[in-house]
Design a protein around this ligand. Structure first.
Ligand SMILES: [Ca+2]
Ligand SMILES: [Ca+2]
Ligand SMILES: [Ca+2]
Length: 214
């Protein structure tokens, strides 16, 4: 079957957009106090993310804060290695839109640790997409927020290839992560950034995947 000319030109223009080099963006660390910059949806709390449109990763780092306890001072149920607690320290954080939708996708379930120092050894990481004209904030989504104790410092940096599971290589699992995000209607899958999820996002993902990681 021949591809209709308008469709072909649209595909080519999408490919051209994807091929356009994007400006290297600075890394930024956001220091999030776990009570003040916390909200329970539909409320939004956090710090505004001033970013160019694109794909980003987040990772908790040791900075102003190390980790926070979501349950006040309660630490219970930890394994002998100090992880897997019921209550304890986490570095979990979320990126939200103005309507409180969480748009960041964690790369693994959160780890609850006995101490802040242990918690930062398995830092929480996420990927998200910033779309043009879509204000985002980074903070903590929790219920309740008032018992939280401590904070998390989060490094946000551009993700310059579609390594959506953040393991450093492009594999079938990145495609599966893309497909999951697409199926769940997440903005992460909007690879052409037009605000809708369509077949062109599959093509744009494919182009980015083929281009590889620098
Ligand atoms: Ca809490
Ligand atoms: Ca990967
Ligand atoms: Ca799209």
């Amino acid at each position: 079957m021949r591809t209709p000319a308008p469709l072909l030109s649209l595909i080519l223009s999408v490919a051209a957009i994807i091929a356009t080099p994007t400006l290297a963006l600075a890394q930024t660390v956001y220091d999030i106090e776990s009570r003040d910059l916390c909200a329970t949806p539909p409320a939004v709390a956090g710090l505004p993310l001033d970013l160019e449109p694109g794909l980003y990763s987040t990772i908790a780092v040791e900075g102003v804060y190390i980790a926070y306890n979501r349950w006040g001072i309660s630490v219970t149920g930890c394994g002998s290695d100090g992880f897997g607690c019921f209550n304890g320290f986490v570095t979990q954080h979320e990126v939200q839109t103005a309507d409180a939708t969480v748009v960041s996708r964690p790369h693994a379930p959160r780890t609850v640790a006995r101490t802040a120092e242990l918690s930062i050894m398995r830092p929480y990481r996420t990927v998200f997409r910033k779309r043009a004209g879509e204000p985002l904030t980074i903070g903590i989504v929790d219920n309740p927020c008032g018992d939280n104790n401590g904070g998390v410092s989060v490094l946000v940096e551009p993700l310059d290839c579609p390594d959506l599971d953040l393991d450093g290589v492009l594999t079938i699992f990145d495609f599966l992560a893309f497909q999951n995000a697409f199926d769940q209607g997440q903005s992460l899958a909007d690879f052409d950034g037009d605000g809708a999820l369509t077949i062109f996002d599959f093509l744009a993902f494919q182009n980015a995947f083929d281009a590889g990681c620098p």
